[in-house]
Write a protein that binds this ligand. Sequence first.
Ligand code: BGC
Ligand code: NOJ
Length: 809
Amino acid sequence: MKYGHFDDSAKEYVITDPRTPNPWINYLGNEDFFSLISNTCGGYSFYKDAKLLRLTRYRYNNVPADSNGRYYFIKDGETVWNPGWQPTQTELDFYECHHGLGYSRFHSKKNEVEADLTAFVPLHETCEINRLRLKNTGSEPKQLTLYSYVEFCFWNAVDDSTNFQRNLSLGEVEVKDSVIYHKTEYRERRNHFAYYCVNRPIDGFDTDRDAFLGAYGTIQNPKAVRENISGQTMASGGAVIGSHRIVLNLAPGEEQSLIFILGYAENPEEEKWEALNVINKKPALQTIQKFADEKTVDQALADLNDYWNQLLSRYTITCSDEKLARMVNIWNQYQCMVTFNMSRSASYFESGTGRGMGFRDSCQDLLGFVHLIPERARGRILDIAATQMEDGSAYHQYQPLTKRGNMDIGSGFNDDPLWLIAATAAYIRETGDLSILDEEVDFDNNPTKKDSLLEHLKRSFNYTLTHLGPHSLPLIGRADWNDCLNLNCFSKEPGESFQTTGPSEGPVAESVFIAGMFVKYGAEYAHLQELLGNRLEVKRARKAVEEMTEAILKDGWDGEWFLRAYDASGEKVGSSENEEGKIFIEPQGFCVLAGVGVENGYAQKALDSVHRHLETKYGIMLQQPAYQTYHLNLGEISSYPPGYKENAGIFCHNNPWVSIAETVIGRGNQAFEIYRKTCPAYIEDISEIHRTEPYVYSQMIAGADAPKHGEAKNSWLTGTAAWTFVNVSPYILGIRPDYSGLLIDPCLPDSLDGFTARRIWRGCEFEIEVRRADRSNGEQAGTFVDGAKIDGSLVEPDGKQKLHVLKLL
Ligand code: BGC
Ligand code: NOJ
């Protein structure tokens, strides 16, 4: 069952039934100001940091679901309705929500009134614009009363939802003309405030939530709207809202347009005040004036569209499979931008108050983003590297506002350092910019401890080598990519954090997954050193990679597949000898994509085992059999009911590893089948089972052991976005940036005869055509550049601005 449809020409997903299984959301904003917006106008906004600078309140876990949002109540006689259906849930005569790239548009009708609401964050601005057009489509004049509504958050989202004894005496506002200023805490240490305005005179307002809703009132049926009044209330203490009341008279056929702005503004310390306790409103008024008329708003919207069209034009394909094309051209790249911006910080499942940016997460998110805006990727790499410790280990997380490592969680996740090599290598493959390696970067955010980025990578590399266990495999520390395989934790206390309990440095527990990573990214490190001509270091690195490969083949192989780990007692994890958790996905995917076991046949064996033991119709499960009971020696993985999350869920993030591994051994059909199974566009038809948005990836789909097999959870913020883009683009379609050229090496399924692509790489426009050679006409496989056959598949642009590449398979 579907709840809408794709509109590829507009690059939109159009939701036609507001009762989606979950709120289906979109992200507005690209730089500093962000909003989440659901298909019923729910969501919240923040500036830079979802924990520390949150503008509006959102209630996770709320009933009814998805409250609050930016709400517009239209009172038409006794009927009250909203363009986005919520919160009144008044049945609409027509409803569509168009989630597009950086904007959402709601088009709805009720009783001969048509509403058209567009929400977006203009480029380079710190505000969200809501343009609402209301039209009388009937033959009688209409008088409508419109109420706007947002509820302000007191900036620190954690304090806001916990420290009520203080907060309830804090709230302060100013109202001037049609602008409501939220200035809680501005009198003391803040120099920022929020505002919410409309571009016309108003007939009333409220800023006090209790007054607007009425005693024990609800947002579904606010007293002010019901009674068609507004109290001109000035919040003082209590909960602060912004609500404008506007009476509209619409002649038959008449349309009126209103522009609302929810914005963030700040003043220099010395210019905070205009008079005693009166905010200096200058920065807000500048923005308000700028967007006072339709023209500027239209222009800002057009600029946003151009921005996205231009970004996405760097990589486009055409092919016979429309679902593949829409994911590659639009949604997968779009999600990569969002995950790059957000890491795992703020979604409908990540409250924005916890994790900040993840070291490994941000490094991986970059893999799918770097081709879009390489300069931003560069900055991010340097920020992340600055949180690395001198010994090469890394803070597992850092706060985006301060860019400082998070002490609470600390370090000890032994895969983290290697992801820095992955990210840097991806950046250099994309841009050729080796100068990034010379950048001086702090250790532990301490400017007195600095060294080049190259030195950082060396410490990453060495960290693995100086943390090897009894089988010469890498020690796992607190956990590797699988945060829930906590082999040194042994937690017995409810509520204790699996991630920080126990010693971070167990001397025995080893990870075959990190070993696979080391082979892959150790080789990248050696390659970078080779480009710099550091021969001795290349030799040392290659030798270490070889030794790691041998260690995997010797002690990391279980007979039919790669082992997952050795636990703190030296017992095998992910072995046929285990009762549960006999086979895990991660080492099969990663060891093979790193090339381990390709020569001796282990690679194929491992992937066949994945197919046999882990594959379901909805994707590949993380491990099997699921853990039925809690295993003290394994930690959080066994805390989840079977089939969910890391306990045998279909963890979407590592499905692409297996798909890439399939391309490494040349099995295009298998690779594509794995890609297709978790790919949102292909499962749109089962939205009632899948439940999350059919245009973006989710973190997890319930595995075969779960009663709700096939149900996805945690959409949007997942490393799956980046990895599936890496899977489909450089591997299945085979357009792979290498250090000196673009490698054209597709591994297609039989169902795809070929495709064409346009890829901008290092300033050169590659027009690529891939098809099967017409052997009956004497055509032979090969790579042709501007008509001439070349040796191999590596195309070097040599300063050219445009190249036509024909690849015959
Ligand atoms: C989740 C993991 C996640 C970790 C991070 C765990 O509860 O299962 O997927 O990485 O929390 O906080
Ligand atoms: C989600 C976390 O953000 C990521 O870092 C981790 O690798 C996966 N969960 C798997 O546990």
